[in-house]
Design a protein around this ligand. Sequence first.
Ligand SMILES: Nc1ncnc2c1ncn2[C@@H]1O[C@H](COP(=O)(O)OP(=O)(O)OP(=O)(O)O)[C@@H](O)[C@H]1O
Length: 381
Amino acid sequence: MPAPTCSSCHAARAALRRPRSGQALCGSCFCAAFEAEVLHTVLAGRLLPPGAVVAVGASGGKDSTVLAHVLRELTPRLGITLHLVAVDEGIGGYRDAALEAVSSQAARWELPLTIVAYADLFGGWTMDAVARSTAGSGRSRSCCTFCGVLRRRALEEGARLVGATHIVTGHNADDMAETVLMNFLRGDTGRLARGGVLGSGGEGCALPRCRPLQFASQKEVVLYAHFRRLRYFSEECVYAPEAFRGHARDLLKQLEAARPSTVLDLVHSAERLALAPAARPPPPGTCSRCGALASHTLCQACALLDGLNRGLPRLAIGKGRRVLQAQPPLPGNRSQATSDPVAPRGPCTCEQSRDGATLCRDGGGQAGAPCALQSDLSATE
Ligand SMILES: Nc1ncnc2c1ncn2[C@@H]1O[C@H](COP(=O)(O)OP(=O)(O)OP(=O)(O)O)[C@@H](O)[C@H]1O
């Protein structure tokens, strides 16, 4: 049976049925509709005002490739300037190839590109070093936690470096739905409360950031890249298989098979979610070390770096963080981002007391008190 005619231009043969509406469209009408929807998201949400200098978080993957391309198409309508900012996390066998993809995109599209590296920003720490430090081997389940927090900080630093007024990332509807599901599964009400908003207005000293592809499904992002013939890097990060996100993704796929609107329904649920007053997180303050927005004394990035530099990497995750906050600060400065490289310390040396309770010599606990590192490890495994 021949393909139906495009229901928009009524001239070309339809090349796809839109997953969300079932509408039969040709490739160019689909791309035009996709771009119009992103434009609507940006304008309706007042995400990027005319004159904005926008740092696009460019990973070389499909989402940020599509985001950069669409925004470049929309630049005349929006009156914005684009600058690609790529973060080199220091992940051997993965990021180098992705950065090559970003560099060739920047050259092809004639967009300025700036690359910032964890090693330079975070006192010598690369993600491979963090992974070795957290697990004693090359892999760790908490890698994505560290990487997510540090990448957010690195993107902020990179955006400031290029004089950006706004940051955009390529998170799509599927990414958002996974995050909502994960926050539900973890009972993380604080993140649930923030999860649905299209972007942050730049509280504290942070630059405003937003996700213009938040309502675009992953399938449509891939279709757009296909019809626009965009080349991108598609390998999975070497640490991703260990992440909890993978379980949320699998669950979402099953739910979507039974109910195709699951992804967008979850995104919209998060938008409308209102927490009971007692469950609302306290208003954030500022990090005592770097001045970034923080719900504790230290922001997440400074707390993680502090834990790493003390040789107690997991102390900054979960309950151990409270113990870490009580520690006198290590000599450091703004986010420790520009501090001299600090050699990673060895693992905590705990000992067993006579009554069998674990005592800690440098795990952050008081003499004779249970080791905070030990209890934190069990909380996060
Ligand atoms: N190394 C990086 N440098 C700059 N921005 C990044 C980097 N990694 C991720 N981002 C930004 O964060 C967004 C979400 O990244 P994440 O890896 O969680 O999802 P993804 O679906 O794989 O995205 P992508 O397909 O763009 O790689 C990306 O679209 C990009 O905008």
